[in-house]
Design a protein around this ligand. Structure first.
Ligand code: SAH
Length: 257
């Protein structure tokens, strides 16, 4: 890649990240759903350690911090998000035990069996569901838990338009029974699997819509910004049209081997 191209590329990524850093959450989810998932996890004490992988600015991590006594490490590849995460943690007075670090989910900086809980909302798709489960398992103690959200098909068959869109955007999208089987195959006892309410997506997209207008005003005439905004709008339209066929699910598992 030429230097010039690289610079343009970096700039593109920068404005896309800037767009997402203006929302409390960078993926679909909310406090209530994070707490519901947390209610399945037992045995956490002040000695327990949690990693929140692909934590973004830490919306869900602060919920974990306020509702557990544990040490929590948030990891994200994007430095600006981690910076916001740490400001967020300080503003909740959690800075002594909830810390954000820059890191890559493909190369996590933990020892084997160091963690009691791995949390990852709206992020595992970056490495792929199966690869993530298989590679992250070793960092959990036996008996430790993993909590993940993942885009999932609700039915065996779906209209071509939505099938093709997600096949291209995230080819690992699969049905609930297949995802649960992958979890079991990776060495986890499936503890709970449930669908995030529809409102999570509609709220997510309506917050995005407000954001899109401000974003487009700021980057008026910038093609990357315009293309990105229209791709976000298209994804939101598809969701409205096809929401009975797919959505985000929580998958909760326990390491058993
Ligand atoms: N968990 C947050 C953010 C989800 S958005 C929430 O639910 O609101 C997905 C996040 O994954 C982004 O913050 C992005 O920067 C991060 N990410 C993408 N690739 C990554 C990688 N390879 N390693 C670590 N984080 C990554």
């Amino acid at each position: 890649m030429s230097k010039e191209k690289q610079t343009i590329h970096d700039f593109d990524i920068n404005i896309i990240y800037e767009y997402f850093s203006n929302t409390e959450r960078q993926g679909p989810g909310n406090t209530e759903e994070t707490l519901k998932a947390l209610s399945f996890i037992t045995g956490l004490t002040e000695k327990s350690k949690i990693a929140d992988i692909g934590c973004g600015t830490g919306g869900q991590t602060m919920t974990l911090g306020k509702n557990t006594p544990c040490e929590i490490i948030g990891i994200d590849v994007w430095e600006d998000f981690v910076h916001k995460f740490n400001l967020n943690s300080a503003s909740h007075n959690l800075q002594d035990r909830v810390k954000g670090i820059v890191g890559n989910m493909e190369k996590l900086p933990f020892h084997e069996e160091e963690l009691d809980l791995i949390w990852s909302e709206g992020s595992i798709y970056n490495i792929g569901f199966e690869r993530g489960l298989n590679e992250w398992r070793k960092f959990l103690k036996i008996g430790g838990y993993i909590v993940i959200t993942e885009n999932t098909w609700f039915s065996e068959e779906r209209p071509t338009e939505i099938q093709e869109f997600w096949q291209k955007a995230y080819s690992e999208i699969d049905t609930i029974p297949n995802k649960v089987a992958q979890m079991a195959k990776a060495g986890f006892l499936p503890i709970a699997t449930y669908i995030l309410p529809e409102a999570i997506w509609t709220d997510y997209y309506s917050n995005q819509a407000l954001n899109i207008d401000t974003f487009l005003k700021k980057h008026k005439g910038n093609k990357t910004a315009e293309d990105f905004a229209s791709s976000q709008r298209y994804e939101a339209e598809l969701y409205t049209k096809y929401k009975e066929y797919y959505g985000y699910m929580f998958y909760i598992g326990k390491r058993i081997k």
